[in-house]
Design a protein around this ligand. Structure first.
Ligand code: NDP
Ligand code: OXD
Length: 310
């Protein structure tokens, strides 16, 4: 039987994915017609990114799963027309990229690289940074990406404390959960990384109160979602020096508007939602494997819990 797989994402995504997806579907032993246009009732699976105009899933009555190209699903998870199972992207290459971004920016803050890279006054300041083992890190979110980043930072000797919704036991990484756990994780953290999904419970998790729990001068790295941070509170905390620097990859509005105060703030680094990209060859294999599983009657991988929102 030939499966109809609808690719509902941007033109750029299509350019990147058409070939690797066809290859991966064939390698998984599937006979599939991958297309950008199909009569809804004929579609077996939808490969989806929120850049697609597709918003009404109701006519896709035969569709067995919607397979997101994105790890974060906040733009689709609450869609009332979506009754089909939703799977998010868990891609080893995505995790690899996120580890590189987080480790790179953590080391930048830890080593104080900026004062040597930009030093027009030629100041010879031989102050040495502490060792990583003396620089506590809080990893908010210990899922696929947070855990990979926490492991990489731990391997460099940073004392990482993980924080998640449910309790976790990870050798070598103390993990906390709940409101008290958050207070504890933040109270000693000199670097905070936010790798949480955007849900009603995580919105503004970094706010005036939680930012004030941090030791003065702490750095924030946010590759999670813009809504995790109360922007006004962060700007105030940067102005008072409570927060020493914020490196932000994601924003409530993207692209970040030209007149947003983050662009001009001397202690904010803006990166344009590039912390980690889903890579077409590996992501295509993930999608093909999920379709293969579904066709074989096996449970889907990376299924989103609609109640939880991630
Ligand atoms: P996962 O679903 O694997 O992990 C999410 C983590 O957040 C889990 O540890 C979960 O806890 C925790 N969490 C969720 N809600 C709460 C809460 N209310 N309180 C405490 N912890 C909570 O997601 P990923 O690691 O794959 O991705 C994380 C996010 O990274 C994505 O949702 C997306 O927004 C962002 N992202 C950004 C990219 C970029 O380029 N900037 C690229 C890819 C992803 P528990 O383990 O208990 O369930
Ligand atoms: C994602 C992202 O969620 O790119 O995959 O942010």
């Amino acid at each position: 039987m030939t499966l109809t797989v609808l690719f509902a994402a941007s033109d750029a995504n299509w350019q990147a994915y058409a070939e690797p997806l066809r290859t991966a579907l064939a390698a998984a032993g599937l006979t599939a017609h991958l297309t950008r246009n199909a009569t809804p009732e004929t579609v077996d699976y939808i490969v989806y990114a929120p850049t697609s105009p597709l918003q009404d899933f109701a006519p896709y009555t035969r569709c067995k799963a919607v397979l997101s190209l994105w790890a974060g699903v906040e733009r689709i998870v609450g869609n009332p027309t979506l009754t089909q199972p939703l799977c998010r992207m868990v891609d080893p290459a995505l995790a690899e990229g996120m580890v590189e971004w987080v480790v790179g920016h953590a080391l930048r803050h830890h080593l104080g690289m900026d004062r040597h890279i930009v030093n027009p006054a030629r100041i010879w300041d031989p102050t040495c940074p502490p060792l990583a083992r003396e620089r506590p890190v809080a990893m908010l979110g210990m899922g696929e990406l947070g855990t990979a980043c926490a492991r990489a930072l731990t391997a460099l000797n940073f004392p990482v404390t993980g924080w998640s919704r449910t309790p976790k036991s990870i050798p070598g990484i103390p993990c906390l959960h709940g409101a008290e756990g958050l207070t504890q994780a933040l109270s000693s953290a000199q670097i905070v990384v936010t790798l949480l999904p955007k849900t009603p419970d995580t919105e503004n998790i970094l706010n005036a109160r939680t930012l004030s729990l941090l030791p003065k001068g702490a750095a924030i790295l946010n590759p999670g979602r813009g809504a995790l941070i109360d922007d006004e509170a962060l700007l105030s905390a940067l102005d008072t020096g409570q927060i020493g620097h914020a490196t932000l990859d994601v924003f409530r509005v993207e692209p970040l508007p030209q007149d947003h105060p983050y662009w001009a703030h001397p202690r904010v680094t803006v990166t344009p939602h590039i912390a980690a990209d889903t890579r077409a060859p590996s992501a295509s294999r993930v999608i093909a494997e999920n379709i293969r599983r579904s066709e074989a009657g096996e449970p889907l991988l990376h299924k989103v819990d609609r109640q939880r929102g991630y």
